[in-house]
Design a protein around this ligand. Structure first.
Ligand code: COA
Length: 163
């Protein structure tokens, strides 16, 4: 007979701490591979420290992770979201959505201007991300994938650099 899963076994979203570091790196490596370091988005992260990070821990295992980074868009401070990754065996059960929402909640609490990312519009539009047509990233990127979630600022414009 099936038994109800105790609430304690439900995935828990929590702030990333130093002890999650290796598990997060492994998750991101599995999702994106070593080629991720060549991405333009990586230019905004290298040499920087995350402003925040969130993980989903399920039965003591990290199954989802996301980070937020401080950036400047022109003269405006903002947050850059990524990478976001969910364990391949756990996709489609809402962990990604919970992680994006945790980032947006953090951005609201911090009264950030908004959250920028490079990602698939069909996934991120559901959270309120819109095309960020006025921003320039430090390298080649498909402009249709540059997205902005407004928090205190409806739009963003200018050159983007690590903040
Ligand atoms: C993208 C990712 C983080 C989503 O995590 P998740 O836990 O599966 O997401 P959720 O459960 O919240 O949402 C699942 C829904 O999003 C859809 N979805 C997932 N990735 C998508 C994408 N790239 N484009 C469009 N829709 C997508 C799924 O089809 C599913 O749709 P449904 O709700 O209609 O069934 C996960 O698929 C992942 O780690 N992918 C590999 C790394 C990656 O591509 N990161 C994002 C860079 S753009």
């Amino acid at each position: 007979m099936l038994q109800a899963v105790p609430a304690l076994l439900d995935p828990l979203i929590q702030p990333e701490t130093a002890h999650h570091g290796h598990a997060v790196d492994a998750l991101v490596e599995a999702a994106f591979g070593p080629g991720r370091y060549a991405k333009t988005a990586e230019r905004l992260r290298e040499g920087s420290r995350p402003a925040a990070g969130f993980v989903v821990e399920s039965l003591g295992r990290v199954t989802g992770a996301v980070r937020l980074w401080p950036i400047q868009i022109g003269e405006t401070p903002a947050l850059f979201l990524g990478p976001i990754a969910v364990d391949a065996g756990r996709r489609g059960d809402g962990q990604g959505a919970a992680l994006v929402q945790a980032c947006l909640d953090h951005a609201h609490a911090a009264s950030a201007s908004g959250v920028l990312l490079v990602g698939d519009p069909p996934y991120f539009q559901r959270f309120g991300f819109v095309a960020a047509s006025g921003v320039t990233l430090p390298g080649p990127v498909d402009r249709r994938r540059v997205l902005w979630a407004p928090i205190t600022q409806a739009s963003a414009a200018g050159a983007v650099r690590a903040g």
